[in-house]
Write a protein that binds this ligand. Sequence first.
Ligand code: NDP
Ligand SMILES: O=C(O)C1=N[C@H](C(=O)O)C[C@H](O)C1
Length: 248
Amino acid sequence: MGLLAQSILNDLPGYELYAALGSSSAREEMLGADILIDVTTPAVSPGLVEFAIARGIRVLVGTSGWSAERLAALESQVAARPEAGVIVIPNFSIGSVVGTALAAIAGQYFDSIEIVEAHHAGKIDSPSGTAVRTAEMITAARGDRGPVEASYTDQLARGQQVASIPVHSLRLAGVLAKQEVILGGQGEVLTITHDTISPTAYDAGMRAALHATRTASGLTVGLDRVLGLSVGPQPSAPERRVAGATDE
Ligand SMILES: NC(=O)C1=CN([C@@H]2O[C@H](COP(=O)(O)OP(=O)(O)OC[C@H]3O[C@@H](n4cnc5c(N)ncnc54)[C@H](OP(=O)(O)O)[C@@H]3O)[C@@H](O)[C@H]2O)C=CC1
Ligand SMILES: O=C(O)C1=N[C@H](C(=O)O)C[C@H](O)C1
């Protein structure tokens, strides 16, 4: 992802690479830059982002691991600096963010929902940031319908519940990134699948987010926000509780 950011900066008029940091860099090397593009690791990212915000540097985050708790802490840091502009993008791929938006709409019509995500074997975190964002967006869009009813507590193989939705993570050679949101209804199953087959999938979204970071104010989360893709509760979603949807 760092190489992709560098190639975009080399290509885009009006931008230039100020410094390329790595794991052996001092974070002070970013001082003097207008924007920090953070594509590091979940362990390192919050510290780098906090350091940049405190020094008046705008931030574009692509790193995964930004849980709701981390985002809440980040929101406080941003609120304390009126000039701060921070954008966090769990997935730069246009197809992925559209798939997540579709899942947030579909989730209002189904009460049996699970997410399966697969990534390359080198990915160090699970569940993926995309799956976390997808689960949170589905549950938020359900509004008054409330969370789905995955009520098991002690069956590891049933997945980790994120915003009440079971998420199953695979780490496999031969895969880059894939996500399926599977929605079960009465007599039917809807599956929303997104496959990333090349890192070039992240190019357009990273460019759009980079442009947005120049003028961002406060904290923005999600490429959907950058693109103006909004998913609100669907007013006519009928009640359709599925017998046997829970694990009890
Ligand atoms: N939002 C999105 O669309 C996408 C997000 N991601 C996420 O982006 C992150 C990076 O993914 P990826 O590029 O594949 O991972 P890599 O492991 O290839 O790269 C991680 C980079 O972080 C650098 N790094 C580690 N520690 C530090 C530090 N303390 N200061 C500065 N740099 C540091 C490493 O430097 P060095 O080489 O010197 O060790 C390396 O260049 C992951 O969290 C991944 O999940 C990935 C793909 C898409
Ligand atoms: O590590 C990856 O590769 C990816 N990480 C992000 C995530 O955790 O969702 C985005 C994309 O899925 C690729």
